[in-house]
Design a protein around this ligand. Structure first.
Ligand code: PHE
Length: 350
């Protein structure tokens, strides 16, 4: 039995098999254990002799098992080390890093400037209703002012547009032509005083060229409270100019008409490096009719009026124009032309 057992142990191919062998010989019902149990039936002299023999066999088996176990474990470790070896001289796997779109970069820069001045950034829907995009902003149907915004009108049933408090909005749908409808939405849902900026994508049904796109981005600003004046507006735009172009920049305001502000202005900032004025956008003091439209809508929702006795200013500027300057981009159509060669230049620009 010993010979055979030792051979089996020596030939065991893995720990599993070794375990089975151990049970077969030394286990509770193992062969050797059985033999030992049989000892008590033998006469004393024979029992002693046989007992010594069996003990010697047991010791031999245990030693063999242990040695084989150690050998198998070592072999397994060696095999794992071999199999899992990392060849540090192999070429690496290339990871592709993404990058932010230049418009996103510019938008973030602008939002950050206003955040530092205490403004909160909020966003509104791109699909908008005629009411928020036009009527509430004092641009009624058939009013010639509507021609300032060539509009993509939407058709199609089943789209549920939510109002400022989640209520369903009725009426004709369009792609917002500016971020100004968010002025109305925000005012309906909040009470002054507040300062907000609204970055977002806007749409105009227009021919495109190097400086015009049908899809572009704006940053809207709105500040409402007691005693807000045109001076605050000028201060805000001045701070913007300083943050964008440094201490040598300056601002310029010229009168212009927008239905939702009075007085209305277009503003430009002096770009010292380029040595020219940049027309950035429109601005003005919030028109009383806009406050009235907001309070009327609040009333419809069961909210008390909140815009009596306050004033506010608003501005809206084009993001692409600034990004073109910041990054030296000659044609606005590059932004969303979908060419990787263009976009890849902005990898890692943060
Ligand atoms: N919404 C206007 C536009 O897109 C810009 C503007 C915003 C003007 C706020 C005045 C006040 O042309």
């Amino acid at each position: 039995m010993l010979e055979e057992a030792l051979a089996a142990i020596q030939n065991a191919r893995d720990l599993e098999e070794l375990k089975a062998l151990k049970a077969r010989y030394l286990g509770k019902k193992g062969l050797l254990t059985q033999e030992m149990k049989g000892l008590s039936a033998l006469p004393l002299e024979e029992r002693r002799k046989r007992g010594q023999e069996l003990n010697a066999i047991k010791a031999a088996l245990e030693a063999a098992l242990e040695a084989r176990e150690k050998a198998l474990e070592e072999a397994a470790l060696k095999e794992a080390l071999e199999r899992e070896r990392v060849d540090v001289s192999l070429p690496g796997v290339r990871l592709f890093s993404g990058g932010l779109h230049p418009i996103t970069l510019m938008e973030r820069e602008l939002v950050e400037i206003f955040r530092a001045l205490g403004y909160q950034a909020v966003e509104g829907p791109e699909v908008e209703s005629e009411f928020f995009n036009f009527d509430a902003l004092n641009i009624p149907e058939h009013h010639p002012a509507r021609d300032m915004w060539d509009t993509f009108w939407l058709t199609g049933e089943g789209f549920r547009l939510e109002g400022p408090l989640g209520e369903e909005v009725e009426g004709r749908l369009l792609l917002r032509t500016h971020t100004s409808p968010m002025q109305v939405r925000y005012m309906v849902a909040h009470t002054p005083p507040f300062r907000i900026v609204v970055p977002g994508r806007v749409f105009r049904f227009e021919q495109t060229d190097a400086t015009h796109e049908a899809v572009f981005h704006q940053l809207e600003g709105l500040v409402v409270g007691e005693g807000i004046t045109m001076a605050h507006l000028k201060g805000a735009i001045y701070e913007l100019a300083q943050a964008l172009f440094g201490p040598d920049s300056k601002v310029r305001f010229q009168p212009i008409y927008f239905p939702f502000v009075e007085p209305g202005a277009q503003f430009a900032v002096w770009w010292p490096e380029g040595g020219k004025w940049l027309e950035l956008g429109g601005a003005g003091m919030v028109h009383p009719k806009v406050f009235q439209a907001v309070d009327a809508y609040r009333k419809k929702l069961g909210l008390p009026p909140a815009y009596r006795g306050v004033t506010g200013f608003a501005f809206g500027l084009g993001v692409e124009r600034l990004a073109m300057l910041r990054y030296g981009i000659p044609d606005i159509r590059y932004f969303f032309g979908g060419r990787l060669k263009f976009l890849e230049q902005f990898k890692g620009v943060l």
